[in-house]
Design a protein. Sequence first.
Length: 149
Amino acid sequence: MILKQIIYLGADHRGYKLKNRLAAFLHTQGYTVHDVGTHDSRIADYPDVAKLVAKKIGKRANLGILVCSTGIGMDIAANKFHGVRAGTVWQESVAARSRREDDVNVLCLPADYVTFGVAKRIVIRWLHSSFLPVDRYQRRKRKIAKLER
């Protein structure tokens, strides 16, 4: 069973168009989406947007999707927050593995490197995947959690 969790969406100025299209798509799929911005092409610093999404994730069962030019800046910023496991994903197979093996709860997308069609497939694959609670994945997840301050 796939849980329809709340999805917090955010993007900087380089990713806002893709974010808007993904938000509309996710609404049509029945997901509850909270768009934290940005909402236009004015320059927005990705750490500010990543913070808005990451603060909603942590120990909660929510999920986040962040979009910037490469996905990497959002990834770095989001991972500074307790309980966030962000990962930059550029293809479907990586999306599935990010959830199954690493329990990624914030998906970071590279707007300059994926089309809307590819991004849509990545998001769906990511949302339809879940963490596999096998020993090695659980052990690694615990070790990462211990690194958090």
